[in-house]
Design a binder for this molecule. Structure first.
Ligand code: GAP
Length: 497
């Protein structure tokens, strides 16, 4: 039927059929749901399918026995069940392309954003933070080219009137909503900015937009920062905050949404030295991925060809990640030249030139822009952390977050919640840990095994249990998420960690 490493499957596999593959190690069972396109398999071998074609080829790679491909459904369902991320306006049937962060999601998101701020702003002496208004003068978006060119190609199906992004269709002639072919007209350019009016009079002069990138709030403050601080070149201005895009087809959970957050840096350089700075930022982006705990082999660099680059860019590298939905853009690094500052200079009539200290050397600086999407970073962190294994014959799901990103660092439990002396001691430990770490959870629901499972699923690295021995010798059990090992530690040592 099928060779272990080979790729042959003889005969058609019908929906619901079952295939047993005798590898040299063990037996793998595959269940086909729809011919050969969708399948389930049980891991009972050191070989697993890594590719599934709609034809008759299967490929195998040697993998960790415990490893299973994480699907988007795994992540979405855990995120909702455990209070990370919910559909926006869920109670009213949702609003497409919007997501709400629950208690654990907001903690995870803040940990990511704070880590970024520490690494790229606080830890450096060439970086300045700003927090610009989301609503800006419409001239910003005219000068930046967004009013004219921030568009995606849109097609409408003449049968069901569904609208789709033309360049993302699997089959450019077939409507994915109604399945009809040949029903699309010519693509139209659709501007993705959300338009609004500022003030009570809705006319041309009051038009504004929800910003589609945080970058322009940086460029418009470049002169302010230079006037206030007169930094040496090169220097950077950083901003984090919401961005809005009226995406034609929001999709794949938080991957492509209409409201999301960006963390952007405009790094101003002498035009002679842009290449050096670009290479430095490639290395810094990689350090960031390591800090997020992303496996190096899951991050890929794509040199974006000229035709696919944004209108302002002379060079772009997209860092792509192997998401559960496939390899997709995680963030971008662009050489924006002096495009933005020169446009501001032209439209505002104010000089954007920088004078090198102690010289008459004046020029409009060029810009290297690393642009990080928070949601995509968070989705990559969730996907990298998601694990399933077996503990004492039971399937366990856990999130192996790096400790510095985990929304909850410690869970504290009394062994029995109906023993006041244990509860009192546990409360003491809880308060002391909370004072130090903040992100500490009290958990006395269900038996200890259930508490561990629940904490594993939200990625809590350490569970602390107070039992009768604690009352005698001031030690507690600390159970580690990844190894499930339990160690006895003194309370003083635990708090000093
Ligand atoms: N200032 C440059 C800029 O905005 P971009 O490639 O359009 O460049 C940068 O966006 C990053 O913002 C992307 O790499 C991605 O991480 C994130 N991003 C863009 N559109 C998004 C969307 N609709 N939903 C979620 N994240 C998005």
């Amino acid at each position: 039927m099928l060779d272990r490493e080979g790729e042959h499957l003889d005969g058609p596999a019908e929906a619901g059929g079952e295939l047993l593959i005798l590898g040299h190690e063990a037996v793998l069972s595959c269940r086909f749901r729809e011919k050969l396109t969708v399948f389930e398999y049980t891991i009972s071998t050191t070989w697993r399918p890594v590719k599934m074609h709609s034809g008759i080829h299967l490929c195998y790679n040697e993998v960790n026995m415990n490893e299973k491909s994480t699907t988007l459904e795994d992540i979405v369902s855990l995120a909702k069940r455990r209070g990370f991320i919910y559909q926006g306006s869920d109670v009213y049937g949702g609003l497409s392309g919007t997501w709400d962060y629950g208690p654990l999601g907001v903690a995870l998101k803040r940990n990511i954003m704070q880590l970024w701020w520490k690494m790229f702003v606080e830890a450096r002496d060439d970086m300045y933070g700003v927090d610009a208004a989301i609503l800006m003068n419409q001239k910003v978006w005219q000068a930046s080219g967004h009013v004219d060119t921030f568009t995606d190609p849109l097609v409408e199906c003449s049968n069901c009137h569904a609208r789709h992004r033309a360049d993302k269709l699997e089959d450019p002639n077939k409507c994915p909503t109604c399945g009809m072919s040949g029903t699309f007209g010519e693509p139209k350019q659709f501007n993705m900015m959300f338009k609004t009016n500022v003030g009570p009079v809705a006319d041309e002069s009051s038009i504004s937009y929800l910003r589609p990138e945080t970058a322009q709030g940086i460029f418009t403050n470049y002169k302010n920062v230079v006037d206030s601080f007169y930094p040496d070149l090169p220097f950077g201005i950083a901003q984090q905050g919401k961005a809005f895009r009226n995406e034609i087809s929001p999709r794949d959970f938080i991957f492509r949404s209409r409201e999301f957050e960006q963390m952007e840096i405009e790094y101003f350089v002498d035009p002679e030295h842009w290449q050096e700075a670009f290479e430095q930022w490639v290395a810094l982006c990689k350090e960031w991925f390591t800090a997020l705990g992303l496996p190096t082999e899951s991050v890929h660099e794509l040199e974006v060809p000229e035709d696919d680059r944004a209108h302002y860019s002379k060079r772009t590298i997209d860092f792509e990640f192997d998401f559960p939905i496939g390899r997709e853009e995680l963030m971008g690094l662009a050489y924006r030249t002096d495009f933005d500052l020169s446009n501001i200079q032209r439209v505002s009539g104010k000089s954007m030139e920088y004078t090198v200290k102690g010289t008459n050397n004046r020029f409009v600086p060029h810009v290297i822009e690393p642009s990080f999407g928070v949601e995509r970073a968070l989705m990559a962190v969730l996907a990298s952390a998601y694990r399933e294994d077996e503990q004492n014959g039971d399937k366990r799901t856990y999130l192996a977050f790096p400790e510095h990103l985990a929304p909850v660092k410690f869970a504290v439990s009394p062994l029995l919640k109906n023993k006041p002396e244990l509860v009192e001691k546990a409360r003491e430990v809880y308060q002391a840990l909370k004072l130090k770490h903040g992100a500490v959870m009290w958990d006395d629901n269900g038996n200890i095994g259930k508490r561990y499972r629940r904490q594993d699923e939200i990625g809590t690295p350490h569970c602390v249990v107070i039992d009768f021995q604690t009352l005698e010798d001031n030690t507690v059990t600390v159970r580690e998420r990844d190894t499930t090992e339990q160690n006895r530690t003194s309370i003083d040592e635990l708090i000093a960690r």
